[in-house]
Ligand binder design. Structure first.
Ligand code: C2E
Ligand code: MG
Ligand code: MG
Ligand code: MG
Length: 291
């Protein structure tokens, strides 16, 4: 009986493995044609400037809507795109789409910056820099409206390539954020060597910040260190007013999270900007004008 049970659990696991690898193969195939089928969409998640209370920037986050209606999150398909190298063309699509969106926003009177995520494979692409330059030119945007987000792991594993890339993008006027800061296994020496503009504190530190004294201490230390290196600090995953108040009180520069907005499709993001701008006007001095 024991023999029978163990045989069936082996069968169970091998079936699960088979299913998982079949799923990966299926997604790999489907990813090949996803760009030409227009299956990708860029969502935008606003970042709030904690000093002025305005939205000056948003993060571009990729969404995959398959033809059969299935929606797949980046946590599932980005690793597959990375392994197969498909992230290179997909990442180019993201950059050019983000530049188009910035241009459309400019035409509608919003000067908003957008940041895009870069993964390791893209850093090794010799054409990346030229592509970024071309996308900025084609869309007639200001180079400083585009930002790049890289994780600590990407920086450290490809140090020489990253140093070259960041130096060159900085010359263009594009700025750079370190994403998920504090979760990567790395030394801090790159912070003084690389041309970096912003640090994004990982959501895991923000989550329990109100109740966890260690998270509080880590966040305060990151803010102090960043400011003395003349870097801006952005907190990710802000979900509550208590978190926001703590961050604001302690001079964190920007905040991003569900408290303000989830990542939004472009049209809804424009609506969001319009309503927040009109709110800002409403609470501005003109609202007090007794006409
Ligand atoms: P990330 O760059 O750290 O992006 C932030 C993630 O946190 C997003 O998940 C966002 O939806 C989520 N988030 C934002 N605010 C909150 C909050 O208040 N609470 C919680 N629980 N989550 C929040 P998303 O969109 O699923 O993206 C996951 C990851 O996929 C991203 O993490 C990024 O590493 C990667 N990714 C997304 N788009 C791209 C892309 O275009 N290119 C590359 N290479 N990677 C991408
Ligand atoms: Mg990011
Ligand atoms: Mg992040
Ligand atoms: Mg993350």
């Amino acid at each position: 009986n024991a023999k029978k049970a163990s045989k069936s659990s082996v069968q169970f696991y091998s079936q699960a493995l088979k299913d998982a690898s079949q799923r990966i193969i299926e997604l790999e195939n489907a990813l090949q044609t996803a760009i030409t089928n227009h299956e990708f969409e860029l969502f935008l998640q606003p970042m709030l400037d904690l000093t002025s209370g305005t939205i000056l920037k948003a993060e571009a986050l990729l969404r995959w809507n398959r033809l059969d209606g299935e929606r797949i999150g980046p946590d599932e398909f980005i690793p597959i795109a990375e392994q197969t190298g498909l992230i290179v063309p997909i990442g180019k699509w993201v950059i050019s789409r983000a530049c188009e969106m910035i241009s459309t926003l400019n035409h509608r009177g919003h000067s908003c910056k957008l940041s895009v995520n870069l993964s390791p494979r893209q850093i090794s692409d010799r054409h990346l820099l030229e592509f970024i330059r071309g996308s900025i030119q084609n869309s007639h945007i200001q180079p400083d409206q585009l930002e790049l987000e890289l994780t600590e792991g990407v920086l450290v594993d490809n140090y020489d390539k990253v140093q070259y890339l960041l130096t060159e993008v900085r010359k263009l006027g594009v700025s750079v954020s370190i994403d998920d800061f504090g979760t990567g296994y790395s030394s801090l020496s790159y912070l003084k060597k690389l041309p970096i503009d912003h640090i994004k504190i990982d959501r895991s530190f923000v989550q329990d910040l109100v109740s966890d004294e260690n998270d509080k201490a880590i966040i305060l230390a990151i803010i102090a260190m960043a400011h003395s290196l003349k870097l801006n600090v952005i907190a990710e995953g802000v979900e509550t007013e208590l978190q926001r108040n703590f961050l604001q009180l302690n001079h964190c520069n920007l905040a991003q999270g569900y408290l303000f907005s989830r990542p939004l499709p472009f049209a809804q993001f424009c609506d969001y900007l319009n309503t927040t701008v009109s709110n800002q006007k409403r609470i501005g001095p003109s609202a007090l004008d007794p006409e």
